[in-house]
Design a protein. Structure first.
Length: 154
């Protein structure tokens, strides 16, 4: 669930992609947001992903991030760079308790192309873009390129 954040403008794009246990696409959203840092943007994207999963009534989730720093902070390894995102981390931990099971996975950035494409859509969005089963055509191409199951463009 990456967020692209510009240090010059403080504005970024967030995305959340839902896939089922067979990796088939089953919903998502992209939005533009103000962000104080890339680290905060990534943590906020994870929090938004948990909220999306909860609103979709998913009880068992696997959360993927390409940020090792945020992943380790969620696990309780706060370190010196966690001060700025501590409120978000605490909210993530509170939300995590609402699920039956949450698995945290790190995914290499070069394997996370679909998420970054959706975040790019969010940067250009004036309002939140949500899709249930038909993502934007540009995202379908990236999902296909990544070898992930996805719907065909209508």
């Amino acid at each position: 669930m990456p967020k692209l954040c510009s240090s010059a403008t403080g504005y970024g794009g967030a995305e959340k992609l839902n896939r089922n246990s067979k990796d088939a696409f089953c919903g998502g959203l992209a939005e533009g947001k103000v962000c104080q840092s890339t680290l905060a943007a990534e943590a906020d994207a994870i929090l938004s992903g948990l909220k999306l999963a909860l609103s979709s009534r998913h009880r068992k989730v696997m959360m993927e991030t390409d940020s090792l720093v945020v992943k380790s902070r969620i696990s309780g390894n706060y370190g010196n760079r966690a001060c700025s995102i501590l409120p978000i981390l605490l909210e993530i931990q509170r939300m995590e308790a609402l699920f039956d099971y949450v698995e945290w996975c790190w995914i290499p950035r070069n394997k996370n192309c679909a998420a970054h494409m959706a975040a790019s859509i969010g940067i250009g969005a004036v309002h939140r873009v949500t899709w249930l089963n038909q993502p934007p055509p540009s995202l379908v191409c990236v999902l296909s390129f990544d070898g992930l199951p996805c719907p065909h463009v209508m």
